[in-house]
Design a protein around this ligand. Structure first.
Ligand code: PGA
Length: 242
């Protein structure tokens, strides 16, 4: 795992955008793996800027998102489809038919199988963008998830629902389940960039950089992949001993 230490969140976003744009410039038919959450928002702003200022085109790019809440219609204001539409897809020249996100309303077992097939047939993903949860989750793969997992349904742990409650009118409205690509699905990507910013990720970054590979800290399984770059700001890096 390569580690890139940045001064602040903006620099994390710029660095990540440079890697994404370099990927697209190298292959305009790239397949990107995308994440939701607060962390990639700055990256998505930079990518939008790249279309306008640097002439980057997503006309032939495909995207495959990590996860979706179960039970939310794709038009729901807090669905991950809506998040991606509002923060990225509507602002770049991507073909919406080339953007893949699990369908949180379809029969979940069948949807999991279908989505894993999307990862294999549209993919392999050239560059996967990941965030890290405070408990080390990647996608919605919570601690204890089988490292051989493919796309599956998960029950969200209390801390994840609490953390995501900020986007909903009340915690009762945060879905209890989600469809997520599995750890093995994520490891199929050719290259992975893991973004971490802010003091509330410092403990997770320290644990990750201990290099103790364990299913109780899902992000640590990324040590088994040979092309991962952690892009981290100083706040998130502050507990790592030099
Ligand atoms: P965040 O979420 O970017 O909103 O902090 C990251 C994650 O939980 O994977």
């Amino acid at each position: 795992m390569k580690v890139v230490i940045c001064a602040n969140y903006d620099e994390v976003s710029v660095k990540a955008a440079q890697l994404v744009e370099a990927q697209i410039l190298g292959n305009d038919h790239s397949v990107l793996g995308l994440a939701t959450g607060s962390t990639p928002l700055g990256l998505y702003e930079r990518l939008v800027e790249g279309v306008k200022l640097r002439g980057i085109s997503y006309k032939n790019v495909c995207t495959i998102n990590l996860d979706e809440y179960l039970g939310l219609d794709k038009g729901h204001p807090e669905s991950y489809r809506t998040f991606m539409t509002e923060n990225l897809f509507d602002k770049i020249d991507i073909v919406i038919g080339n953007t893949y996100i699990p369908d949180g309303t379809s029969d979940s077992a069948e949807e999991c199988l279908r989505y894993e097939q999307v990862i294999d047939s549209v993919g392999p993903i050239d560059l996967q963008v990941l965030g890290i949860g405070r408990n080390g989750h990647i996608g919605f793969n919570e601690p204890g998830t089988d490292s051989n997992s493919l796309t599956h349904v998960v029950e969200l742990v209390a801390s994840t629902r609490e953390s995501n409650a900020r986007f909903f009118p009340s915690i009762d409205e945060v879905p209890t389940h989600a469809i997520t690509t599995g750890i093995k699905s994520i490891l199929k990507s050719k290259e992975i960039i893991l973004l971490a910013s802010g003091k509330d990720k410092a403990e997770a970054v320290r644990t990750l950089l201990n290099k103790d590979v364990t299913e109780s800290f899902p992000a640590s399984i990324l040590w088994n992949h040979d092309n991962v770059t952690l892009i981290v700001d100083r706040d998130a890096y502050e507990l790592v001993k030099s």
